[in-house]
Design a protein around this ligand. Sequence first.
Ligand code: GLY
Length: 575
Amino acid sequence: MNFSLHGRALLLALLLTSGAAFAADGAPETTPAATTSAQPVQRPGHAGIASANFLATNAGFEVLAKGGNAFDAAVAVASTLSVVEPESSGIGGGFMATLHIAKGNRNVFIDARETAPMAVNPQDYLNPDGTPNRDTALKGPLSAGIPGEPAGLALLAKRYGRLPLSVSLAPAIRIARDGFKPDPRLLASIKGEQKDLERWPASAAKFLPGGQPPVAGEVWRDPDQARTWELIAAKGDAGFYHGEVAQKLVDAVRAAGGNWTLQDLANYRAKERTPITVDYQGYRIVTAPPPSSGGVAIAEILNILRGYDLAKMDPAHRVHIIVEAMRRAFRDHNDYLGDPDFVKMPLDMLLSPFYADGLRQSILPDQATPSSMLPHGPAHDPGMHTTHFSIIDKDGNMVGITSTVNYILGSTFVAKGTGVLLNDEMDDFALVPNKPNVYGLLGSKANAPVGGKRMLSSMSPSIVIGKDRSAVIGSPGGSTIITQVLEGILHFVDGQSARQIVADKRYHHQFLPDQVYVEDGVFDAATSDALRKMGYTLKPREAWGFMNVVTWDHRTNTLDAASDPRRPSGLGKVE
Ligand code: GLY
């Protein structure tokens, strides 16, 4: 390795980093905001929806048929996923949404991320010897943030939908009340978490009817969840954050050792924020701002990549350059990002083309940069839950929502009498400084837990808007969300169809551990050999996200919707 070139380049990147860190303004976004840009003006005349479950996709179309727009359909899809895919997202979790509103060509972002309860105590997440307590961080009520999903959906419906919640929540209420046949992934998730579900009577009552996980073909009902959605349909978010449900949530959480109060629930607000936008090869990418790290990382990576002609590179060099860009963006993720309402972040610097120029100088043409040569610290294998869906409606409204309860079946804790499975999103805070979370992500003080603060997320629902083609792209996958969405964007820009994008094999680098996670078959033997010669460690990884993509070809005015073949229950449909 040419250490003198490398050293000089790193010095330049570091000078840019530290110089700008103090000068740039990372002021919090506390007011509703929207951006405008030059965008398509056609109407497709038909709609496309892609989600992780066919019942949810169909719920979206049901609501479109009742006169709803993409945002009403999104409420239907999200609430139905809460019933049929509770291992990934739901009423006790939170989401992030990127919206393109056709009328006025506006781009909007909704942050319905959970918040820490005011009484959060970092000591609760430590063992007596000071090591991280994985149980309190991931299971039971201490692991749960105050849910954002009901407030976010109510806000989405009220500001951007056309229909009352009673219509857009009707499919979820009906499916929860009448029942459905769980898909193999939900059955496996319940079986896998059985021991933890048995720790809490309301969790066992919901997920282990008769004391056992449901079996294939059995109809499974969730009348408590149906009733909670009915209250939200009747009263808006007050049906969840005030009154009967709020009281039951607080009683259940406190009885099991948690620390929520009625005030925590009453104080919760979903927020509109200015989305991150970045231009790349003639496309405008609209994506997630903090408290997601995803959009900042995607923008930083694309800003680095714009200095290369990737199309002219052989596969190994193309991957090399993309991985080096990922490495540098994840380093910054670890160091700087958190809830914009609580921390000042050097976003102007991180999103600046000049900063990307400096980082590009530190990338060697034929050799991996060891992460140890770039300042900062440890991690482990990323996990993968959460869900994403994409919608484009007949008027050209577009929405991508990534929604989560965090790990499989969240905290596994159900609040008695509500059907609400609580998230375990508290683990997305840097609970113990410099110790990795379940996704192997490290955090700094910027992501330390504080009452009322939102934990950093990787969720990156993204809309790519071009003259000829546009797309809504997103995926679950913990920390790999960011790189999967990035790869989806790059494949879309290369001209791939929705079907190809969701099926593409994937790879991932997150700064630490310093290895490239690879899906079986992503690189041919020659590319793998060339990458190893450049200094990369390739680590096979079985679990990859579940991408749902809708594309719109403005030249033919046609939509295409595709759901990731890795999970057969998904459905991408155009009608
Ligand atoms: N809970 C995973 C994420 O928000 O990134």
